[in-house]
Design a protein around this ligand. Structure first.
Ligand code: GLC
Length: 692
């Protein structure tokens, strides 16, 4: 039930292991043999070669064999966009970038590759996916999610779990145990800052925050990590209503629940709901946690044992958690597996894996404006502006080789930054920092690209005081808009930072939501038309910091200062995304105009590529409810399909939508479908359905 961070068995102090990192034999003996610690996580602050990981795992598991029961140690890692802490692994877009693809089968396939490379590192447990939904662009973990919509998060999350775990209860040697996080209600703090208080009424909790977890649990997810925050004044780590009544008794979760980082101790030092560490342990174990991510003290198992000896915690309760942990170790085959050797995984960081990461990076790029500016032909004299333009780190974001992802020394070798890729493919490229551009007088270039956005961050270090783009970037955007030559803005960021209006004078706007190691190549492929962009926003892009609403807002959110109802005025809408070709949709038709509550609606629509180039578009089917006992959203996404069409081709696309999908959580906090008049919307087409 005790999980310690790797630092605890390396030479040196926690967060300050002696370089080059190496095992501290005495600590290993004390942790594994004396204390019988059953789980270890994380790296010692940065990524390692695969050889290091395999040697480490061998030493840990050999030490475990010296214990009476020889129970193998369960190792967990954050491989959240590929195997972040194994050198040279294949790094794919972060979840927000994957969500821009709207392609769940691609997400599943990428997760399979990531699982393979995690196992190739000797590790069987991945703290991924994040199933929180990103309702607040201020939140620093926005980019770790699949966006703001419940259905998209649910579909993508389950695809990722399927990819990580494979099918069936046993998890074989090329799959890993997934970890759904962070259960529950973690992403909507009042302040928009990480791990601060959240108020989430039960109705909203059930309608927006639970479905992604519920579906993934039903798909067999093996583990869950708990939200570090406090919801409605109760830290989730001590809330049996969430961790036992809801998770175990209502959802029937059988797997293992692990705390987040140091969260039992934080009950004393942060939340102040326990006076002592020992009291906090009792509260958390009583609430329903199975394993404590301690992760830097040796007291937890000692205090827990005392609590059992003092009768404060029943041994049967310990057995419950131990059984779940052992079951997971059995399901992962840890009892009979040997630690792999280097050549057991020949496809680690393979060319195919790199190619699929490039495809994913391309699919993650969203083009939001293009007025005859792109694509380019490579012969243009380019001016590239942007302090971040030559950084690979800004394309990967946090959790990249180091926790915060800011240290280039561990970057994957031979991966080009955006600027490097542009320089290798364009004959004439001039580069300017923000300041050089702002102080320059006139530019001699055929096209000017400003590459702006955010530098990497995650968790509390990523908290912000202001949603506007930081530093002098707004001025750069303003000056870019005044140039008379064609201009493009590229934002590489983890959350939609605001900059007010996009100046008319900027001809093209491209969004790169942390596309990963291949992001530089993918962006230049889009600039050159090698890839026809097909990404679509999985979130609403706000125009101003204090004017953000999600697409599934309520009608009252539209109230404006002049009493009109057009206050909802985002810069770009959920689902937006352009292509170098054009698509038209027509002939929306429903299989019926009246259906019973238990019925299924068949929707069909024709999509045509009316442009000159092959490309993809995402058909999005929304349903609106005209009257309901709980205020209805203006619309909810109920189905979608990504469609690839050659120039001139058209296709009839069908959707089957159970009327049950129109349900919402009602007055008594139960899911309900109410008869009434519904709208079925695709693009600017709308048909009406009556549910009896
Ligand atoms: C971190 C994060 C969590 C991560 C865990 C282990 O604090 O909140 O997402 O999986 O600790 O690194």
């Amino acid at each position: 039930m005790t999980q310690l961070t790797l630092d605890m068995i390396l030479e040196g102090e926690p967060y300050a292991s002696v370089e080059p990192h190496h095992m501290d034999e005495l600590s290993l003996q004390e942790v594994i043999v004396d204390l019988n610690v059953g789980s270890i996580l994380n790296c010692g602050g940065h990524s390692y070669p695969r050889e290091f990981w395999l040697d480490l795992m061998t030493r840990i598991q050999d030490k475990a064999k010296e214990t009476p029961n020889q129970i193998p140690v369960l190792y967990g890692i954050d491989a959240i966009h590929g195997v972040t802490y194994t050198d040279n692994s294949t790094l794919i877009p972060q979840q927000i970038g994957l969500a821009c693809s709207w392609d769940t089968s691609m997400v599943k396939s990428l997760a399979e590759t990531a699982a393979y490379e995690v196992r190739a590192s000797g590790i069987p447990w991945n703290f991924s996916p994040v199933l929180d939904i990103a309702r607040d662009p201020r939140w620093p973990r926005f980019w770790e999610t699949f966006g703001e919509d419940v259905k998209l998060v649910t579909d993508m999350g389950s695809a990722m779990v399927d990819g990580y775990q494979g099918s069936g209860d046993e998890i074989d040697s090329v799959h890993v145990a997934a970890c759904l996080k962070h259960f529950l209600g973690y992403s909507v703090t009042l302040s928009g800052k990480d791990r601060t208080q959240a108020w989430v009424p039960e109705r909203q909790l059930r309608e927006y925050f639970l479905p992604g977890f519920e579906e993934a649990i039903n798909r067999g997810a093996k583990t869950i990590m708990v939200n570090s925050g406090e919801m409605n004044g109760i830290p989730v780590h001590v809330n049996p209503a969430i961790l036992t009544d809801l998770l175990r008794n209502e959802l029937g979760f059988q797997g293992m629940v692990v705390t987040d980082w140091e969260d039992i101790k934080y009950l004393v030092s942060r939340h102040k709901v326990a006076a002592t560490y020992k009291e906090a342990i009792k509260m958390a174990v009583d609430a329903g946690i199975d394993m404590s991510m301690v992760p830097t003290d040796l007291e937890f198992p000692v205090l827990l044992k005392e609590l059992v000896e003092e009768g404060e915690i029943a041994e049967a309760r310990i057995d419950e958690s131990v059984r779940r942990i052992l079951q997971l170790k059995f399901d992962l085959g840890l009892f009979d597996a040997k630690v792999p050797s280097l050549d057991d995984y020949p496809d680690f960081a393979s060319a195919e894996a790199r190619a699929s990461a490039l495809e994913a990076a391309r699919a993650s790029i969203v083009m939001l404006k293009n007025e005859n500016a792109l694509p380019l032909n490579g012969g243009e004299r380019l001016l590239v502006v942007g302090d971040n333009a030559n950084s690979l780190n800004v394309l990967n974001g946090g959790w990249t080789r180091t926790w915060q992802g800011v240290d280039p020394q561990y970057n994957t070798p031979d991966m080009p930054s955006f600027l490097e890729e542009v320089q290798s493919l364009f004959a004439s490229v001039t580069y300017m920092t923000n300041d050089q551009f702002l102080t320059s007088r006139g530019v001699s270039a055929d096209h000017v690209i400003a590459f702006l956005g955010e530098t990497p961050y995650t968790e509390t270090p990523g908290d912000i005081e202001d949603l506007y783009l930081p530093g002098n970037q707004i001025e750069v955007i303003g000056k870019l808009g005044e140039l008379t030559v064609p201009t493009s803005l590229i934002l590489a960021e983890g959350r939609p930072r605001t900059f007010g209006e996009l100046p008319e004078g900027i001809d093209a706007f491209i969004l790169a939501m942390l596309p990963g190691d291949q992001g530089g190549r993918a962006l230049v492929d889009v600039l050159l038309g090698e890839h026809n962009p097909g990404g679509h926003l999985p979130f609403t892009y706000p125009r101003y910091p204090s004017a953000h609403t999600t697409y599934d807002h309520k009608y009252t959110d539209m109230m404006h200062i002049d009493f009109s109802t057009n206050a909802v005025n985002p810069l770009y809408e959920f689902g937006d995304g352009l292509s170098y070709t054009k698509f038209e949709m027509s002939d929306l038709s429903l299989s019926a105009d009246t259906l019973a509550v238990g019925g299924t609606l068949e929707v069909s629509v024709v999509i045509k590529n009316t442009g000159e180039l092959a490309g993809s578009d995402v058909i999005q089917v929304y349903v609106s409810d005209s009257v309901a006992t709980i205020t209805p959203s203006v619309k909810r996404l109920r189905a979608y399909r990504k469609v690839q069409l050659d120039a001139g081709a058209s296709q009839e696309v069908q959707f089957s939508i159970p009327v049950q999908d129109f349900a919402f959580v009602g007055i008594d906090n139960e899911w309900v479908v109410e008869p009434g008049v519904f709208g079925v919307l695709i693009g600017d087409m709308k048909e009406t359905l009556i549910v009896k």
